[in-house]
Design a protein around this ligand. Sequence first.
Ligand code: ADP
Ligand code: ZN
Ligand code: ZN
Length: 751
Amino acid sequence: MGHAEKKQKNPLTILRIAVPVPLYSLFDYLPPKSDGAIDSGSCELQPGIRIRIPFGRSDHIGVLVEVCKNSVKPQYRLKEAIEILDQQPVISHDIFQLSRFAATYYHYPLGEVINSALPPLLRQGKEADYKNINHWKLTLTGLKVDIDELKQAPQQKIFLKLFQKHKQGLSAPQLSEVTQSWRRIINIFINNRWLEACKAPTVASSPKTKKFKESLLELNQNQQQAVQSVTESLSKFQTFLLDGVTGSGKTEVYFRIIEAVIQKNRQAMVLVPEIGLTPQLVERFKARFSVPLVVVHSEISNRERLNAWLQTKDGTAAIVIGTRSALFLPLHAPGVFIIDEEHDISFKQQEGFRYHARDVAVMRASQANVPIILGSATPSLESLRNVFLGRYQSLKLTKRAGSAQKPTIKLLDIRNRAMESNLSLSLLKAIRHHLEAGNQVLLFLNRRGYAPSVICHTCGWVAECRRCDATMTFHQNRLKLCCHHCGSQHRMPTNCPKCQETKLISRGYGTERVEQILKQHFPDYGIERIDRDSTSRKGAMEQCLKNIHEGHSQLLVGTQMLAKGHHFPNVTLVGIIDADQGLFGVDFRASERMAQLIIQVTGRAGREEKPGEVLIQTHHPDHPLLQALIQQGYHEFSKLVMQERFTAELPPYCSMALLRAEATNSKLPSLFLEQATELIDSSEHQNILIFGPVPAPMERRAGRFRAQLILQSVERVDLHRLLKIWIPKLEKLKTARKVRWSLDVDPMDMI
Ligand code: ADP
Ligand code: ZN
Ligand code: ZN
């Protein structure tokens, strides 16, 4: 059949394309003219392939959503696409489905959502194929080689043994773990005709050999029940909240569930918070499982990211561990999703596409019809409420696993007490006591730098950021004043810029200053400081942890970076220097966060045989929330906070969305939000509460004025019904072009 004839029957083939631009519509194009592939019919044009298109003054890479016959645009205005980049879809059906859900739920343009689901190299148009990643297995000749012949070449011997053990072959990343010079040896083997390149086995095709080491631990009853509940329902969707105190063996529970999933030749995806992805955790996984595992976080290269994407997509990787963005990796055969530390706010993206990886993961599990486990010692109130409503099934681990005991927790009333800087004498005494007993001590203060403000003693001048409504933090190590909100920094002046006197004094305490105070008090002990400044150099964090684990340092001071994922068996005293920060925060979630942090930090003490002690300094020892937390634990605390939220009609008792606007002009943000409010027909949306526009709690940040509008409804559907018709209208407001605006659905941060 000549294609002229066919073209007459189907006069138009229109490609509807999702383009990564901040606009809510999809865009129609004609197929590229000279592309031979198109002439053979539209079967090549599968949704999910990338297409390069002219867009505005440049060209963009979009993803084909559908092929259709009609366009709202007249034909003469349709442009031709430039080229088709893929033979096979890079956005699979399920990622499409997930992106659609996320775009609808967060009211964010589909083109941007799909784009963020792709690894950067694919966004740039690179080929969706492995490069420098190969897989080899022994040839028949190779199989017959006698190991003992290689006596003279110990490294070759190791590799040959390895290949004989893994008859399905090994890939570059696996080999590079054995030694850096693996390529040299592989080349020798290839020259000897012992090895041949081959395709990597996928989860589905890998043989049923041992894929993990037997655990030596016998599960306790709680753990057994949790594992059983999940493994019984591996082939259906169910959300489980694994609610277990720190050290109760949640990780062990994950391991058993993952074993069961791998036995079924399926993949496990494990998401952890930004700072929870420690080398320790990855080591634990590697020690336990001998299946291919990929680790995805912000520090890997773009090539590694693409390789990880390919390995999850083709099923070579059986386990994926990653931070938030790993959620959008395509999976060949999803078996289970695990969100560790589900309460952690790093799962929520705070800019651009503001999704919550935990919540989107729940949707992904439901679409894949597999279980999802949310684990935490301090579950978010949202998840606790979902348990209450029967949406999530609660699995409780109430005891610490093994022989470790619960630490004792005490409040230190520091009102009117003698202090050495910001450490009370009782805390100092306790520190000395624990150090002299040969143990380690951890001090927690959630503020980095030396001092949060600097003032002039002569005239009262305060060092403020020029671009934000905030004071500058003094960093003594670098002799700099830094703004923690916009990142601007400059040298610490020696004279007051206002009166020229030299009496500048720092007020308040950060981790640097606490480190200095500790050095004065305990000169004979090694001290490690762990915060974003001390660990920014590559490998610095590892070195710190090594010093602690090998016992070279006995004192640790740090921010919330210390709170998660670490295991310090010799720490017997944890001191929380300032518990009051969270009690009176502007954000309604401040107290929840404070409690989570306190419990997480507390969990670092006494993890092994040695019992732990926790001391919390406060000026408000009678505060009911603090009392509940200390006396009765996180769950009683959370009941009180729930009550408060219920009375105030705040999440999780309502759905919330925040419309933000910012501009260098101080009036425009509120003006835009007012106009936006006027677009709402309140008789149509009677169940929506509108607060604002009001200036943001931090009105000026990075040189821009900020305002916000809060929308709330008891029923989620009411809010989303409004957003669906309202948000597309905002694009058309005149002021919309003069401000930066963004919608945040289920905001986690109100500042
Ligand atoms: P979590 O993740 O809840 O903080 P982990 O899984 O890290 O707890 O377990 C804490 C410690 O208890 C680990 O050293 C782990 O090996 C040990 N452990 C876990 N389960 C058991 C068990 N059933 N019996 C003995 N020790 C256990
Ligand atoms: Zn002055
Ligand atoms: Zn600033």
